[in-house]
Design a protein. Sequence first.
Length: 878
Amino acid sequence: MRDAQPSTVYLKDYRQPDYLVDSTRLRFELEPNSTLVESRLAVRRNPAAGEGLPPLRLDGVDLELISVAMDGVPLSKEEYTCHAEGLIIPVHRAEFTLEIHNRIDPERNTSLEGLYLSNGMYCTQCEAEGFRKITYYPDRPDVMSRFTTTIVASKDYPVLLSNGNEIERGEVDADRHFVTWEDPFAKPAYLFALVAGKLEKVEDHFTTMSGREVTLQIFTEAKNIGKCAHAMRSLKAAMRWDEEVYGREYDLDIFMIVAVDHFNMGAMENKGLNIFNSACVLASPETATDAAFQRIESIVAHEYFHNWSGNRVTCRDWFQLSLKEGFTVFRDAEFSADMNSRAVKRIEDVSMLRTSQFAEDAGPMSHPVRPDSYMEISNFYTLTVYEKGAEVVRMIHTLLGSEGFRRGSDLYFERHDGCAVTCEDFVAAMEDANGVDLKQFRRWYSQAGTPVLEIDDDYDSAGKRYTLTVRQSCPATPGQSEKLPFHIPLKLGLLAADGSELALDSEGTKETVLEVTAAEQVFVFENIPERPLPSLLRGFSAPVKVRYGYTPAQLRLLMRADTDAFNRWDAGQRLAFGALAQLQRDYRAGTELQLQPELLEAYRSVLQQEDLDPALVAEMLTLPSAQTLAEEADIIDAEAIIAARKFTERALAEALYEELLQTYQRLDHDKPYRPVADDIAERRLKNTALAYLCITEREEALQLADSQFASATNMTDSAAALAALVNRGDDQRASTVLHDFYERWKEDDQVVELWLSVQSSSPRRGTLEAVRALMAHPAFELTNPNRVRSVIGAFANRNFEQFHQADGSGFRFLAEQVIALDKLNPQIAARLVTPITRWKKYTEGPREKMHAALQSVMDAGQLSADLYEVVSKSLKTD
Ligand code: TRP
Ligand code: ZN
């Protein structure tokens, strides 16, 4: 906990480290409440950091210091300074060894940062600044060292793991044993890992492109050993893909993954020893949904890809976080696109970006992809750094083409292997390898906010000339009132009235990327035979909002005929968005709500397109979420959004009932389960149809859900039926299926979490009381982030209707939980509070209630630095 107001760190203050650590020898004696850590560092003055011998400053938090010795000579307490955040030691020689002994308490560590216990198993999480909770150390990514780690533990912990290769093992005495690991690659402390526990493993092998054999191991508790196959398959696919697409090969003889139940994020790329949230690695057809299978595939790949984009080439400082995260998200997205349906993957990613990242960009915590200041770095593991960062890398890919991009990435890896570098170095490698100038493009790293493109066009039929005028702007964000124009790749095509694509030039090019660089820019296309319909921002070629005055008829043409699958979907979203905006106005005006006929006909035609990828059909049948509508609104009228959306869903379900039923029946075949794209697509459409059918609450529809629930042989179908029945129909039926489901699956952690989140995200009346009741259920644990996310997180983020109840009860509930959680796990508390930080955008009633809830968090006092940063920045009114 914090005594003083946390201080702000600025990018402009970056200085090289004064001292380097050539080698780090660690020895752990593991005990739940008193683990002894001995570290021996070979320290050397950094020649690049200047003259003289300044004192050595080491980071250290929540440590009990036992002793310090320099070159073998113990230091007395007067010879160094020990303060709440570390040690300061005077230095007299340019090279010396430092030996430090300290104690830590893994059992009481509920922050899940540093060394902690999860269900009796020791594990670590060091990124970003967790290593300082293990021992005193220069805990910054530009200090890279060779680690050797000895773990001593009771034989009750048979498996003892750390980074690199095992070099020695043996007995200490009758009860205790040890293992020593050596990592041949120098790495920053944030990539250190240790695991000790009673674990089983599955093992496999991979032969790299140069013919080296790599052993692959996944460790879990015995009961989950049957749930590792999908992760192993994904790992091998990712290893092959990185060789084929980036020419990158794995570099150690062994690659390990460990599944841990208590984990703050998805997974962590520790060198040679990735640690995963159990939910992001374990799956079986009976217990995991298609979405979980796909998430696992992409996270396993993400962490594996970090071995090059993150570990071999790491970040100089944490302001550069997107250097590894943006690039690695781009890499995993491309991998997933290659493994599954490219268009559907793109749609999912863009929906998330538009809904959640755009909201972040417009909210009180708005920051550039490369932030220029922070109080607590953990708060900057954001959608902006990850997802918008990935879009920035994608734009470079679009501007350079795949071959140019590959030349750039080859140069980047070659130039900076073994180094800690910056986003600037990444862009420079892309420029140098291609002879291009990305000077203006760099603004994507430094300017926050979502740019808006206003596009007008004009057709001169006599001259057969088509003109597009593009104006760009970007709203002010905290600390950045003026924005300079961005360099925006705008991919487009032009459609004729019959839906065919028009040639854009004499060579017959059908698609082009315009480079928008000025605040206002005019693009002229010659020899266009008729007034075209522009298909703009194909594939979402830049993270911007496009305003263009499409008519519903034009949108329907794009939905039907655009060659760009993403834009077909997007046209449907625009159509729905327009209809929903009108309904929100009608609701406020007290006018009777009516379904827009164009929307109904568009959805009907989508359902009739049996040749289209069923997953794409499912996406096209899904209305923009309430959260998306909220993000797009200047002022969020939660009540009107809920009313408009509910009305539309229901009206569509009623009007298209027969078509939906036919779709459901057509796809309701019992194939053996395989988590492959084609089958996933069919299940997705079938279950989308089922959800619509159940909105009508007709007995026939609810019975379909009932029988699907009873007969499902995979979790995708079972969970979809469960959700349909929990969300619709009478309470009795809902509680019966919930009860049955729990009784069947109560021993399975991942399924229990799904069971919790289905209830918390249900729009059924009285959900808040249900959520409170769930928190008293034995399955709930405030110290387990997955449980917190499944109950409190799902309610606040995925249940727009119940969370936004007009009495403000949802906001007060969230504030209470955040206050309680902050004492246990500040990182999770600071994330969980997000929904009420956006209070300024709401209409008066909710705005005041949200603000009051947020203020109550601040007034609770004694906030962690994590929570304090988010709450104080969000309460600001200037
Ligand atoms: N680097 C991890 C990733 O692959 C992120 C991460 C895992 C993390 N655990 C964390 C970040 C804990 C902060 C705190 O994206
Ligand atoms: Zn990552």
